[in-house]
Design a protein around this ligand. Structure first.
Ligand code: GTR
Length: 399
């Protein structure tokens, strides 16, 4: 057979496969089912939540417990020892920054886990400097502090130039992003009992646990201002960033970039990736109980707007991309919109968001909540970082 028929045959096979993969996926707004979201401001028992103390001591812990039990698994926090070793430190970026590698070692019951943090710390700013932590699931090329390899995904020069510490860790130090080997690090070493529980931790919780250990280091590092801290992740990393920021109140700003299903997108919309699809492709990201909600989203006692609500009154930013329909940009925005009511109704912080989505490439930055949808595909780009740091400058009063 000559070249042309082969190409045509391959093209046909490829589109047949694509059609198969997406045949059950809804990308049509008119097919979004009618749904009722659980009310962040009503307890499971049906009591209205009106005061800061009711929110803080009753409803917020209740919501976090529901997410643990049904979506991400019950996060473990106990360990015996934690130590921080600065493995290397040298001048970088032509003297504009200090490159540092820190090994964080955590032990429990005689077992140990090591997590490596890569940092580029700006030199030409007043110290301590605000910090951005990227939860990196895209391997070593996206976290190179020698800067031999530079990617837009982690534009360290730009972050440093804006006066922020650029910090990053590899999720695979905690749990491989792999169905077969994900148990080998944090889970088998420190929390093996989680593997047998229907609400046990899986990778998203393990990765979030890693972000919390990075914060433990920021609290101790004299040149880092942990009170001006930003946790950011893209896609599966964005799901992890939201779960981190919702639970751990030490983070000042939580940023989700195109986190989609199991992240910012509302599960009940069933637009793009669904609970059933994500559980069948990535069963090891979520707790086993999450499977109960496959094609049964209305039974979920939570939806993703409640994760946003748990971040209040700290700042939260959600970003989408116009061509990333798999992540349901509208569902990501609506989650922010509905979750943000807690800022106003409980904390008296008005969040003037419109129910209509903002236009493409027109970021909306309120005092505590940011959103943008940019043109283009699923990725974390320089444009996204620019908007995040503009928002952070405004929130931290650095403009
Ligand atoms: C996809 C997955 C999404 C998203 C994405 C990513 O395959 O379906 O939920 O997390 O990967 O992490 O880039």
């Amino acid at each position: 057979m000559d070249l042309i028929p082969w190409t045509i045959l391959l093209l046909c096979l490829f589109s047949a496969q694509l059609a198969h993969a997406q045949e059950n996926t809804n990308y049509d707004e008119s097919n979004v089912p009618n749904y009722t979201l659980p009310d962040p401001l009503q307890t499971v028992e049906g009591t209205a939540v009106e005061s800061i103390s009711e929110w803080k001591f009753q409803r917020r812990p209740e919501i976090l417990h529901l997410f643990s039990e049904n979506v991400y698994g019950n996060m473990q926090h106990h360990f015996d020892t934690i130590s921080f070793t600065e493995i290397s430190e040298e001048s970088a970026l032509n003297g504009a920054a200090t490159a540092r590698q820190v090994e964080i070692a955590i032990s429990r019951d005689g077992q140990k886990l090591n997590l490596v943090l890569n940092l580029l710390i700006p030199n030409n700013v007043s110290s301590p400097a605000p910090v951005t932590l990227l939860i990196n699931h895209r391997g070593p090329d996206n976290m190179d502090i020698s800067r031999e390899i530079k990617k837009e995904f982690w534009p360290a020069e730009y972050i440093v130039d804006r006066g922020y510490v650029a910090a990053v860790f590899d999720v695979e130090d905690l749990a491989d992003d792999n169905k077969e080997t994900y148990t080998e690090d944090l889970l088998e070493q420190l929390y093996p009992e989680e593997l047998d529980k229907p609400d046990g931790m899986r990778t998203i919780s393990a990765w979030a646990w890693g972000a919390m250990r990075a914060m433990d280091y920021f609290e101790r590092a004299p040149d880092i201002d942990e009170n001006r801290s930003i946790v950011i992740g893209h896609s599966r990393g964005g799901k992890t960033a939201l779960w981190t920021g919702a639970q751990d109140q030490r983070w000042a700003i939580t940023i989700s970039n195109e986190s989609g299903a199991g992240g910012a997108a509302l599960s009940r919309r069933r637009f793009g990736e669904t609970v059933q699809q994500i559980n069948s492709s990535f069963p090891y990201w979520f707790t086993p109980n999450f499977e109960k909600y496959n094609n049964n989203e209305s039974a979920l006692p939570v939806d993703q707007h409640m994760l946003i609500a748990c971040i209040a009154p700290r700042a939260v930013y959600v970003a989408s991309a116009a061509e990333d329909q798999w992540a349901d940009p509208r569902g990501e925005y609506l989650s922010l919109y509905h979750g943000a009511t807690v800022f106003d109704e409980i904390f008296g912080i008005p969040i003037p968001l419109d129910e209509e989505m903002p236009e493409v490439n027109s970021p909306v930055h309120t005092s505590h909540v940011g959103y943008h949808i940019r043109e283009g595909e699923h990725d974390l780009t320089r444009y996204d970082w620019e908007q995040f740091l503009n928002f952070a400058d405004q929130y931290f009063g650095l403009e």
